[in-house]
Design a protein around this ligand. Structure first.
Ligand code: FAD
Length: 237
C-alpha cells in the first residue's frame, strides 16, 4: 500500500448520478489493474473506490463515484473532493489496495462483470488487457438500471472492436422500448449466454448484495470459487 498526497484536478459528471474524478498524486502511483484506493476523509473514515485508470497511467488516477442524494458514502466523498478542488488543498489517499486484481499467469478466458459504478473496476482491467494485447477471450458485461447509466457505452464498443477476442455486453435492468440488447440482472445475462462457467476467471464488482447473489448463482452454474475475484467478498458472508 502507498500513502500519498494528491491534487484534485477535475470533477465532471458522467451521468446525473455518477462523477468522474481525476487526481494527480504528488509521486507516481503504483497499483495493479483491478485494485482500489482509499480516500482518507479522516483517520477513522477511509472510503474505498476502484481505480478506473490503467497502471501505466502512473501520474494520474481516475475514479468513477456514484452519488445520488441518498447515497451518503459517495455524496460525502464527493463533497470532500469538491472542497479540496475549490480550496486547492491536497487530499490523502492510500493506493494499491485489494486482492482481486487481474491475474495474467494463466490462459483461462476472462469475464469482467460490473454492476453500476463497479464498471470502474472492470475498465482498468479492460484497458490494461488492450494495452498488453491480451489474446485470451475477454467478455465485459456491464449491468445498469437504466440505459442513461451506460456512460461509457461507445468507448467500450470501440474497445471491443479493437481486438477480435474482446466482447462488450451491456445489460439494462429496466429498458426503454427502444433498447435492443440484454435486459434484467447482468449476471442472469451471463448465465443465459454461457452454458458452464467452469472454464472462466471471473472478476466482479458491484453492490454487496449483488455480489453475494452472483457468487452463489455462478457457482451453481459451474464457476470455480478459486477462480472468482471480488473485493466485496471481504465484506460479505
Ligand atoms: C472495494 C470497493 C470499491 C468500491 N468502488 C467504488 C467506486 O469505484 N465507485 C463508487 O461509487 N462506489 C464504490 N464502492 C461502493 C459500492 O460498492 C458502490 O457504491 C456500489 O457498487 C454501486 O452500485 P450502483 O448503485 O452503481 O449499482 P446499481 O445501479 O444499484 O445496480 C447496477 C446493476 O447491478 C446489478 N444488481 C444490483 N443489485 C442486484 C441484486 N440484488 N441482484 C443481482 N444483481 C443486482 C443489476 O444488473 C443492476 O442493474 C466501492 C466499495 C468497495 C468496498
Amino acid at each position: 500500500m502507498q500513502t500519498l498526497k494528491a491534487e484534485v484536478v477535475a470533477i465532471s459528471p458522467l451521468t446525473e448520478f455518477v462523477h468522474k474524478v481525476i487526481l494527480k498524486p504528488q509521486q507516481p502511483v503504483s497499483f495493479e489493474a483491478g485494485q482500489y484506493m482509499h480516500l482518507v476523509l479522516s483517520e477513522n473514515d477511509k472510503r474505498a473506490f476502484s481505480i478506473a485508470s490503467r497502471p501505466s497511467q502512473c501520474d494520474q488516477i481516475e475514479l468513477h463515484i456514484g452519488a445520488s442524494g441518498t447515497d451518503t458514502y459517495a455524496m460525502q466523498s464527493l463533497e470532500h473532493l469538491r472542497n479540496a478542488l475549490n480550496e486547492k488543498q491536497l487530499i490523502e489517499i492510500e493506493a494499491g489496495l485489494g486482492i482481486s486484481q487481474l491475474r495474467l499467469q494463466c490462459e483461462r478466458p476472462i469475464i469482467l462483470l460490473a454492476g453500476g459504478t463497479g464498471f470502474s473496476y472492470a475498465k482498468s482491467m479492460a484497458d490494461h488487457l488492450a494495452e498488453i494485447s491480451c489474446d485470451r477471450p475477454v467478455l465485459l458485461y456491464w449491468g445498469v438500471r437504466e440505459e442513461s447509466a451506460l456512460y461509457a457505452h461507445r468507448e467500450m464498443q470501440v474497445w471491443a472492436d479493437s481486438h477480435k477476442n474482446f466482447q462488450f455486453i451491456p445489460v439494462v435492468e429496466n429498458p426503454s422500448p427502444d433498447w435492443q440488447g440484454h435486459t434484467g440482472y447482468v449476471h442472469k445475462a451471463v448465465m443465459q449466454d454461457i452454458v458452464s462457467l467452469a472454464p472462466y476467471d471471473i472478476y466482479m464488482a458491484g453492490r454487496f448484495d449483488m455480489i453475494g447473489i452472483v457468487r452463489d448463482d455462478f457457482i451453481a452454474h459451474g464457476a470455480i470459487r478459486e477462480n472468482m475475484y471480488a473485493d466485496a467478498f471481504a465484506f460479505i458472508k
